[in-house]
Ligand binder design. Structure first.
Ligand code: KG4
Ligand code: ZN
Length: 339
């Protein structure tokens, strides 16, 4: 006789993706549905919070229905509801949270709120169910650039974080100035494939310094100055070279610090997570530095790097097993911190 798997319904609405997923036993993705609003926000060059919240309201239950349908299950068979409660846009977060609380209340199912950044880490658990701490984790997205030491699941030590812009934010802002559609990371990354990363020498914020913190504002200013100067003097920017040099200025620092952090903590595993972990140049650069040191590098497949609810479901499963759950007074926390 086979035992019924433990099913977690994950819900994620922290930014511009309405997502729901059904996860079996914490690591098996039975469904992973994402309704992206990217097209809606593109003409504004970034996410408009009010539009995001309204679209989440329209999409959240259809997306949950589809996740259940794709998984071949029903709400009655779900054992746990996991939902992102921060960090993120308040109006956007509230939609997913209210949906999750209503379902959990009506069906009398346990509820667990998940920190979105922690969710990104669990994308690696889905991709590599055997993953065991200790490891060093770089979480780089549109809102975060955190370098964490993870001695055991659920325990985090912040080694460094950005002091200004997040890495993904730097990609998005410069892409916007270049007139490229949102989100800018994948656009710059695509252009960079045909460019020379040494063509333009951009500054490495806090690159050589004895800190695990990051800074991308100096790079952003230098890139803006370069673009403005070219526009004022009528010089055409070689976009592939610009993109490759700009990307490399970010990747170079991220890769060096994640490996230095692994050496500092004497761990032999590093994991990459968050939207920027989809960047091929970053994956390659970290792997290149890690190999001679015998450090293993793990990253999720592209669809699990960017925002999704599968990672929230996985994190929820393990949090619940570890004894965590929330009651009906759980509120959205836009500035929620991991530590
Ligand atoms: O994790 P995510 O989907 O949402 C947040 O939690 O922010 O990350 C989105 C961010 C955006 O800034 C996007 O430009 C960036 O990840 N991104 C990339 C790539 N794919 C997504 N940045 C660089 N290269 C990529 N291939
Ligand atoms: Zn994210």
């Amino acid at each position: 006789m086979t035992t019924k798997p433990f099913l977690t319904l994950g819900i994620e609405t922290s930014c511009d993706e309405t997502a729901a997923a059904v996860i079996a036993d914490g690591t098996r993705i039975l469904s992973n549905v994402i309704a992206s609003q990217v097209d809606l926000h593109q003409r504004f060059g970034g996410v408009v919070p009010e539009i995001a919240a309204r679209k989440h309201i329209e999409a959240v239950f259809p997306v949950i229905d589809k996740a259940l349908l794709d998984a071949g299950t029903t709400l009655l068979d779900v054992d746990l509801i996991a939902v992102t409660y921060g960090p993120g846009l308040i109006g956007a977060l509230l939609v997913g949270l209210q949906a999750a609380k209503s379902l959990a209340f009506a069906l009398d199912k346990p509820l667990v709120g998940i920190n979105h950044v922690e969710g990104h880490i669990y994308a690696n658990v889905l991709a590599n169910p055997q993953l065991q701490p200790p490891f060093v984790c770089l979480t780089a997205s549109g809102g975060h650039t955190d370098l964490l030491y993870v001695p055991e699941f659920g325990r985090y030590e912040m080694l460094g974080r950005t002091r200004d812009d997040a890495a993904g934010e730097a990609f998005d802002k410069i892409a916007r100035v270049l007139g490229l559609p949102y989100p800018g990371g994948p656009q710059i990354s695509r252009l960079a494939e045909n460019g020379d990363r040494e063509a333009i020498s951009f500054p490495r914020g806090l690159g050589g310094e004895d800190t695990f913190d990051f800074s991308f504002s100096g790079l952003k200013t230098a890139a803006l100055n370069y673009i403005n100067h070219a526009r004022q003097t009528g010089v055409e920017i070689n976009l592939p070279d610009f993109a490759a040099s700009f990307q490399w200025a970010i990747v170079d620092v991220l890769a060096a610090k994640v490996i230095r952090a692994a050496q500092f903590k004497s761990v032999k595993q590093v994991i990459l997570s968050g939207g920027v972990a989809a960047n091929k140049s970053l994956r390659h650069a970290v792997a290149l530095l890690a190999k001679p040191l015998g450090i293993k590098v793990l990253f999720p497949p592209l669809e699990l790097c960017t925002d999704n609810a599968a990672m929230i479901g996985s994190a929820g499963h393990f949090k619940y097993l570890a004894g965590h759950s929330h009651s009906w007074d759980l509120n959205a926390v836009p500035n929620l911190r991991l530590i």
